[in-house]
Ligand binder design. Structure first.
Ligand code: URA
Length: 242
């Protein structure tokens, strides 16, 4: 029995974008097409609120599974974190599981980023990781094109302005471990955030690897492309406040 997860209400379009790999705009289109139902009724308003554990259906198919599943995967380069892609393999192609299409990624990585990816069919759980309000920490190892100036530590602590974003980034912890090598801990998950933060300093990230999400560390026994179920301790760590 999984530890009971706090139930959250979400806008319908956000709910669909959380529990599936459809984007918000694709979700809106599905809603407009009348493809989304709850208790047999068509849901037509993307702004309507639904419980994160509601049995919302897409063309009659439940988006929930009987027993929620939780996996960690060591993502190789050249795989995309999406349900389908016309040109690339997706992380779901690495899974040998029933109904892999019901799983979604809790916190995407870019195609050229490696490391920890969490997959689940529990929308409440992934929301606790990806919701900006939860400020879940992620730790990355990275290599840069140019040497990292020591002043980057203070600049990232203070926050930097990313191109096209109005808000300064939240305080982030940078540990410089070599001239062009560092670890970065972030509590946000903005689009291409690590690369854009270094871009704001006039540097470029040439290798990026996610080592941890909250208290869940990438299992060193997993080779690139391998995955395993989360332990109950890893799964439940998402609900702790620390
Ligand atoms: N930040 C990035 O720039 N890319 C990722 O894949 C993850 C975080």
């Amino acid at each position: 029995m999984s530890k009971s997860s706090p139930s959250t209400s979400l806008r319908l379009d956000r709910f669909l974008a959380t529990v599936t790999d459809y984007s918000r705009s694709e979700a809106k289109r599905l809603i407009k097409n009348g493809d989304i139902t709850l208790d047999g009724e068509v849901l037509s308003d993307p702004r309507q609120s639904v419980d994160a554990d509601a049995d919302v259906r897409l063309r009659g198919q439940s988006l929930r599974s009987a027993e929620p599943r939780y996996f960690m995967l060591n993502k190789p380069v050249d795989y995309v974190c999406a349900a389908r892609d016309r040109r690339h393999l997706t992380v779901l192609d690495l899974l040998d599981e029933d109904n892999p299409e019901r799983l979604h990624v809790a916190g995407r990585l870019d195609i050229d980023t490696t490391g920890l990816v969490l997959l689940t069919d529990d929308g409440n759980w992934s929301h606790a990781i990806t919701s900006p309000k939860k400020q879940c920490w992620k730790r990355y190892w990275l290599r840069t094109a140019e040497p990292i100036d020591a002043s980057a530590v203070a600049r990232f602590t203070k926050g930097v302005f990313l191109k096209d974003d109005k808000l300064r980034t939240q305080p982030a912890e940078l540990e410089i471990i070599g001239p062009c090598e560092a670890r970065l801990r972030l509590s946000e998950g903005r689009y291409h955030q690590v690369k854009r933060m270094f871009g704001a300093l006039g540097n470029a990230v040439v290798e990026l690897h996610r080592e941890a999400i909250g208290d869940i560390e990438l299992d060193e026994a997993l080779a690139e492309g391998e995955y395993r179920p989360l332990t109950t301790t890893e799964r439940d760590s998402v609900w702790s406040d620390g």
